[in-house]
Write a protein that binds this ligand. Structure first.
Ligand code: HSE
Length: 373
């Protein structure tokens, strides 16, 4: 059995990965060691099958290098501190990572196997050792429009995202809860009786703009608000999250012709599941029905929602998509921009298909391959 070390398994993405691995009985196929950046020596989780050892030190290169595979959901800072030093020790194991640090490196493959299984298998055969999960919105978008991509029908993409706070990690989630809590406490304590309608809006607006809300993690007030900026600035007036949309999409698709992708990425006060409003320029004038048929049949996860009021309100929402592998696609319609333009709205759990699931499936591909070698 391949020795597999897990780092960051208690974080937001890590916990979702652990849950999925237990559901799929993946731990029975590997020899697991759990690492910790802060609690080495403590007991490993008993609820996870295969955790025979105490927690190992996640910075101990001599321990890490005993593993055949390392799976990190610890975040980019950890990858940047440890990865290069570990390779310098001569370690040749598989590095599977959710963080973006290594994604665009030549010796890394961005993994999303329903789309690029061939690229992954070719990489394994040719000795590639780094398999990195893609940006959450990119993975969810590619799965949503898989049916149009596989027939090479997409000429260009414009995306507006609505990204949940869990995409920013557990501390940001807690800060949003604190902001909401603060907001409601301000409302209730002012006159003991909350105002209504515009009066209530005025009270809340005052609390959000004049009071000392915690904003260190989110970098702004998100309660009753939205923030059209995610990550740091890069060239061309874009944020890094928006830049990823173009470069990662094209690295995963790995085609001779680049598909231009432009995005505006927005943090909203939802908890889990990222939404995207997509404008696609197609290479052909397809009817709504023709587009929907292609989307529906491309993979087992796309769940088409009829472009009707109640279906949309019930099923095409972050709440409806949370904790599910379904990629919901709805509001499919033609545009006034021209006959080759089509728009749609999609929502998927960014912690599952957007982060943990491609890592889990890559690990499985490596284990399967090892068993047949
Ligand atoms: N960058 C994403 C977000 C996290 O901020 O929501 C998932 O890749």
């Amino acid at each position: 059995m391949l020795k597999t070390g897990f780092i960051g398994w208690r974080g937001v993405v890590g916990s979702v990965l652990m849950k999925r691995m237990q559901e799929e009985n993946d731990f029975s196929r590997l020899d697991a060691t759990f690492y910790s950046t802060s609690q080495a020596g403590q007991k490993a989780p008993s609820y996870i099958h295969g955790s025979k050892r105490n927690l190992q030190d996640a910075y101990d290169l001599s321990s890490l290098r005993t593993q055949d595979i390392l799976v990190s959901t610890q975040g980019g800072d950890y990858t940047e501190k440890v990865y290069a030093k570990l390779r310098e020790t001569g370690w040749h194991g598989f590095w599977i990572d959710a963080a973006s640090s290594l994604r665009m490196n030549k010796d890394s493959i961005i993994v999303l196997d329903p789309i690029n299984a061939k690229q992954i298998r070719k990489g394994l055969a040719s000795g590639v050792k780094n398999y990195i999960g893609g940006n959450c919105t990119v993975s969810l978008m590619l799965l949503a429009i898989h049916g149009l991509l596989e027939e090479n029908l997409v000429d260009a993409i414009q995306v507006s995202t609505y990204q949940a706070i869990s995409g920013a990690g557990a501390e940001a989630m807690n800060e949003l809860f604190q902001q909401f809590d603060y907001m409601t406490r301000q409302m209730l304590t002012k006159d003991k009786v909350p105002a209504k309608g515009l009066g209530l809006e005025k009270d809340i607006h005052y609390a959000l703009t004049h009071c000392d809300l915690p904003t260190n993690k989110i970098n702004g007030v998100l309660a009753a608000n939205l923030l059209p900026w995610i990550d740091k600035a890069v060239d061309g007036g874009r944020t890094k999250e928006e830049w990823k949309g173009h470069v990662e999409t094209n690295k995963i698709l790995d085609r001779a012709t680049v598909i231009p992708v432009d995005s505006t990425c927005v943090r909203v006060a939802t908890l889990r599941s990222h939404c995207q409003s997509l404008v696609l320029k197609l290479k052909e004038d397809l009817s709504v029905r023709e587009v929907e048929m292609r989307l529906q049949r491309a993979n087992p996860w796309v769940h088409l929602i009829p472009n009707e009021r109640q279906d949309t309100l019930n099923y095409l929402t972050p709440i409806a998509a949370a904790d599910s592998l379904k990629i919901k696609v709805g509001r499919v319609r033609k545009m006034n921009l021209g006959p080759e333009f089509v728009q749609m709205f999609t929502v998927g759990d960014q912690l599952l298909w957007g982060a943990a699931e491609p890592l889990r499936r890559t690990l499985k591909i490596i284990l399967d391959r090892n068993e047949t070698l």
